[in-house]
Design a protein around this ligand. Structure first.
Ligand code: CR1
Length: 829
């Protein structure tokens, strides 16, 4: 029938590669149509926001068309599909990215112009979709862009939180959190699929039933909630493919509890049903530690259950034998958050499909792969057994069974080494008996990935040592990457055009290896001049933003020195601030003649602290009091400024990164699994001042250590330094600046006491004192280079030229080949 309809449509409209046209007139008409009929504003009178809405709906139409065609094609070809499961996706804005990927940015800009609007202004109306915390979540967004661009048959699955990551408000220098009810003004980028919904069950009991002489377990759930799909098309660049990010929202189930209605307690019965909706309400804002909270566990299972029902339904449409499941399906679990999926697949195969355990386990262990994003054992999820047993009684049984079989197998391999057995067990005995989700994931998955080379080494040597010794072949790494589409083409259009001009092609936007071609022009004075101009324009834009935010006027001749990322002790924003205090102190104590040699700096810091993370919040406050002092010191003038950019998010990053000269990545070696901010700066030709941690080690290999400013203890030195503990003496300059804070030079003496205490000899876990001298040396090297603009530009061009390896396109190709076993499936028109 659909063939018939296609013929009919073609007869009426002629054969077409695209139904919607992209000439200026059609685009204008579409925008106006949406303003009039979707937004319901008059096509004669509408403002920038309404123009944004009309425009976005018209872009969405074009996305939907490609997305339908892509999925029809996937269905026809039936390739092995990747399902990327993640509780967090930090997408940011969609408009600019979409029109660039669709290849119709200029046409739209022109159409808007004709209507009396400016594309940039209209694009600024969009809020960020912040359904994630930080690195892990933004990585997923980059990877979705690469999956679409490289034509992989992939789906993303996540949760549609009504409250995304909190907005950071700064009041008197303190962080306050404001809820991000981001859907208030609608979201043109999603499509609600009322008919794609699944019941998700919780609580209840497990009973045994005999079927055909076999005893099987039957879960009788106590609560049912409905999961409704919201689809977000993700367009690839330079391809017709558009893939889907499907996010689930909770709705009360229709299968209501007749009993409560019968009791006549109508109002309470409705209130109860409403509670169901709270499951997908809010994103947990803590990316540091895991707390076993029932609501969070409910979110995880809600997401896992709905996604798997959807995936299995799609599989069943064309297959009826689960032995084919691993040939057609790859399930990627992004960190341990979705790892209940392992128990859920086992439950479906054993309890519902009646496969025997070993066949079910064989299938399950061939579909899953797992990536871990941390080196911190305390960030690994542990679910209290009581909590799990109450919410998901059958899943707990299944996990026990998996563990029992694993322990038996392990004993047969390593003997009665009870210490090791208990370290490796999925079940942790102890004050609170818990399930170790990372252990469950490692036991089940055939491949466990780290996110950089150093990260893999740490997994092998420390975090998962026992497992590595048992199964060395399971452990791999895929160095993280970021998408050059968003991080250069969208956010730095001037640089993007410059690169294309000098490479003589735009192909680097899909084939990032070509960036290396910039190397051959690095000494060309014309390129250097143009490169410098682009930086200047971007700095001016950033300076304007800073002035609007804070009233502070900054000099474009100063070095723009930036650290933007989540606030964490291990990321050492405090080291940066102490370094700034030191710089200030030095300038204050200088002869006037020496001051002329000082390289003027604008230090920019931005980032959110988890709401319950006290020390991180003190670091934010310290930044503000130090800024207050320095910025108001007329004696210092343009030599030093410190600006805290509030509410750091994806779109702030898009503005700040292109305008930076220097960026700082200061994690204590051995603490940053990879880091991806560094890659965005690198692509944009900003020089890095960094410790040899995470992916920085690989960046060094690509761009050369002499094109960066490196400092600090190395990963392999840190353990010995920790052992030395109190005997490590911090240098005098360090003690002096800490003393200034302690003695109340910046005020708030009592408030900063506990912060200063973390730096005492023997307590300085993150080695700020130890690394301080070499940090200052690296800073001095950056100053010396900055006064030699030619050298600086040279290093800057080489940074961009060496950034190709850190495109998420590379990461995704590696995953596709070595972990998921998927092939591109390119929609032909
Ligand atoms: C890591 O801390 C890494 C990203 C993406 C982060 C960072 O080093 O680059 O993941 N982890 O792999 C994280 O956000 C919640 O955990």
């Amino acid at each position: 029938e659909s063939g018939e309809r296609k013929a009919k449509v073609e007869k009426m409209f002629g054969f077409m590669d695209a139904f919607l046209k992209n000439d200026s007139f059609s685009l204008q008409k579409d925008i106006l149509d949406h303003v009039e009929y979707t937004v319901a504003r008059s096509r004669f009178i509408f403002d920038d926001f309404e123009a944004y809405q009309g425009l976005s709906y018209s872009v969405r139409d074009r996305l939907i068309e490609r997305w339908h065609d892509t999925h029809r094609y996937f269905k026809k070809k039936d390739p092995k599909r990747l399902y990327f499961l993640s509780l967090e996706f930090l997408m940011g804005r969609s408009l600019s990215n979409s029109v660039i990927n669709l290849g119709i940015r200029d046409q739209y800009a022109d159409a808007l112009n004709q209507l009396g609007f400016e594309f940039e202004v209209v694009a600024e109306q969009e809020g960020d979709a912040a359904l994630g915390n930080g690195g892990l979540a933004r990585l997923c967004a980059c990877q979705m862009d690469s999956l679409a661009t490289l034509d992989y048959p992939a789906w993303g699955y996540g949760l549609r939180y009504q409250y995304g990551l909190f907005r950071q408000i700064i009041l008197d220098g303190f962080q306050l959190e404001e809820p991000d009810y981001w859907l208030n003004f609608g979201n043109p980028w999603e499509i609600e699929r009322v008919h794609v919904s699944y019941p998700v069950k919780f609580y209840g009991t497990v009973e045994e039933e005999g079927i055909q002489g076999q005893t099987i377990k039957v879960w009788i759930p106590g609560e049912t909630v409905e999961a409704v799909a919201y689809d977000n098309p993700i367009p690839g660049y330079g391809t017709r493919n558009a893939i889907n990010l499907r996010l689930w929202a909770a709705k009360p189930s229709d299968q209501y509890d007749m009993e409560s209605y019968n009791t006549g307690d109508y109002i309470n019965a409705i209130m109860d049903r409403q509670k169901a909706e709270t499951i997908s309400n809010v994103l947990y804002p803590d990316d540091r530690s895991y707390q076993g909270k029932e609501l969070r566990l409910k979110q995880h299972y809600f997401f896992v259950s709905a996604s798997l029902q959807d995936i299995i339904r799609r599989f069943r449409d064309d297959h009826n034998n689960f032995d084919e499941f691993p040939e057609k399906v790859a399930l990627q679990i992004n960190d341990t958050h979705p790892s209940l999926a392992i128990a859920e697949v086992m439950r479906v195969l054993v309890d519902e499909e009646h496969l025997d355990w070993s066949r079910a386990w064989d299938i399950t262990s061939r579909v899953f792969s797992f990536t871990t994003h941390t080196v911190h054992a305390e960030a690994l999820e542990k679910i209290p057994v009581d909590l799990l047993g109450n919410l998901l009684p059958r899943h707990l049984q299944i996990i026990y069974e998996i563990n029992y079989k694993f322990m038996e197998e392990l004993k047969s391999m390593i003997g009665q080494d009870y210490d090791r057995l208990s370290r490796m067990s999925i079940v942790e005995e102890g004050a609170v008996k818990s399930i170790r989700m990372a252990n469950l994931s490692i036991v089940c998955c055939q491949i466990v990935n780290g996110v950089s080379k150093v990260h893999l080494d740490l997994l092998k040597e420390r975090v998962f040592k026992d497992f590595y010794e048992l199964w060395p072949q399971k452990f791999q790494y895929k160095t993280n990457g970021v998408t050059q589409r968003r991080w250069v083409v969208v956010s730095n259009p001037n640089l993007s055009s410059l690169i294309s001009k000098w490479l003589g092609t735009e192909s680097w936007i899909r084939n990032v290896d070509l960036l290396a071609g910039l190397r051959q022009h690095v000494s060309d004075p014309d390129l250097q001049r143009e490169w410098k101009m682009v930086k200047k324009v971007n700095k001016a834009r950033l300076a304007e933003y800073i002035e609007t935010l804070s009233g502070i006027k900054v000099s474009l001749d100063a070095m723009f020195d930036v650290q933007i990322k989540r606030i964490h002790e291990y990321k050492r924003q405090l080291l940066n601030i102490l370094g700034i205090i030191h710089r200030y102190d030095c300038i204050k104590n200088m002869e006037t003649s020496d001051r002329r040699k000082v390289v003027p700096r604008v230090c920019i810091i931005g980032g959110k602290a988890a709401p319950g993370y006290d020390i991180a919040k003190k670091i934010i406050k310290l930044c503000h009091v130090v800024a207050e002092k320095i910025n108001n010191d007329a004696d210092i003038g343009d030599l030093l400024k410190l600006v805290f950019i509030p509410d750091y998010n994806v779109s702030v990053a898009e503005l700040v990164i292109p305008g930076s000269d220097l960026s700082q990545h200061l994690s204590t070696a051995g603490h940053e699994a990879s880091g991806t901010g560094s890659m965005k700066f690198l692509m944009n030709g900003c020089l890095l001042l960094a410790t040899a941690d995470g992916a920085i080690v690989e960046i060094m290999e690509e761009v050369g250590a002499d094109n960066m400013f490196l400092f600090g203890a190395k990963v392999n030195e840190v353990p010995a330094l920790h052992e030395k503990g109190a005997s490590l003496k911090a240098p005098l300059q360090f003690l002096r600046v800490v003393r200034m804070v302690r003695d109340g030079y910046f005020g708030f003496k009592d408030y900063f006491k506990s912060l200063c205490d973390t730096l005492e000899d023997g307590k300085d876990f993150y080695l700020l004192g130890y690394d301080f001298a070499s940090y200052l040396e690296a800073q001095a090297a950056a100053d010396r280079t900055f006064v030699d603009p030619e050298k600086w530009i040279h290093m800057s061009i080489l940074s961009t030229a060496g950034s190709g390896k850190f495109s998420s396109d590379k990461t995704i190709e590696e995953y596709a080949k070595h972990t998921w076993g998927i092939e591109p499936c390119k929609c032909p028109f």
